[in-house]
Design a binder for this molecule. Sequence first.
Ligand SMILES: CC(C)(COP(=O)(O)OP(=O)(O)OC[C@H]1O[C@@H](n2cnc3c(N)ncnc32)[C@H](O)[C@@H]1OP(=O)(O)O)[C@@H](O)C(=O)NCCC(=O)NCCS
Length: 93
Amino acid sequence: VHAASRGLGLGSRLLEAARKRAYDLGCRRLWLITTNDNEPAMRFYQRRGMRIAAIHRGAIAESRKLKPEIALVGVGGRPIEDEIEFELLLMDC
Ligand SMILES: CC(C)(COP(=O)(O)OP(=O)(O)OC[C@H]1O[C@@H](n2cnc3c(N)ncnc32)[C@H](O)[C@@H]1OP(=O)(O)O)[C@@H](O)C(=O)NCCC(=O)NCCS
């Protein structure tokens, strides 16, 4: 969500639209990755029913080979190194 438009409900609506679309297509699991520094996003996803499914320690080094623009330092001045995988099991919805 563009920085000027955060906190207005757009992210919640996008997540709900993705959930509904995946469910309608017969998907069993909605999943995503965020980075170890991003507590605001982790809170956002958990308050909307998603749960941590895995921690991929050091995975950002591999992701940077595909996306070199990934910053070295993130929220709170912490190094960005690990990926946190969140999931929502759609049969529970
Ligand atoms: C996380 C994000 C997608 C949420 O979208 P949004 O449109 O701001 O979210 P909504 O308005 O629907 O809901 C607000 C919620 O987002 C949280 N939030 C996370 N980052 C925020 C930000 N920079 N500004 C405002 N709210 C933010 C709020 O704390 C609030 O959570 P709560 O309801 O649990 O209190 C969006 O803030 C964003 O793009 N953040 C920066 C990039 C990012 O971290 N993307 C996710 C990478 S995995």
